[in-house]
Ligand binder design. Sequence first.
Ligand code: FES
Ligand code: FES
Length: 168
Amino acid sequence: MGYHRITLKVNGTSEVVDVPSNMTLMQMLREKLGQTGTKNGCSAGECGACTVLWNGEPVNSCMVLAVECDGTEVVTVEGLAQDAQLDPIQEAMIEEGGVQCGFCTPGILISARALLIRNPDPSDYEIRDAMVGNLCRCTGYVRIISAVKKAARKINSQAKPAVSELVN
Ligand code: FES
Ligand code: FES
């Protein structure tokens, strides 16, 4: 089995990793970098539990080879919180009760965050469409969709300029 040395950025940190040719991005994150928030639900591109942002796009990391990630940037669920502050989608999922066993949650959070980056005010249909690759066996999705809508409201209210900025 050939090994390859790759360099990539994971959650803002540069990493140099030696990976076998057949190692997936998911395996590299979990086994080489200790980023176990990315879950292995099926290893077959079906469940979305392994979703990460790869160069800004949500992908099933079990379907990407680690060697393909040389020179690229990956964000996992561990990279969502900033400065010990949860991301609005994380807060909203807790507040709306969108988490039960939690196995699907990292992938759901990443897919939802990716949606809100490209569409800060999604409709119910757009939310359902964006989450179509993320399976959840527990929640029935209603609370997850509520959480995405609440996160959108939080993000949009944060983005608004303060009244003092409007006046001056
Ligand atoms: S573990 Fe990757 S899609 Fe299920
Ligand atoms: S919360 Fe259990 S699979 Fe989604």
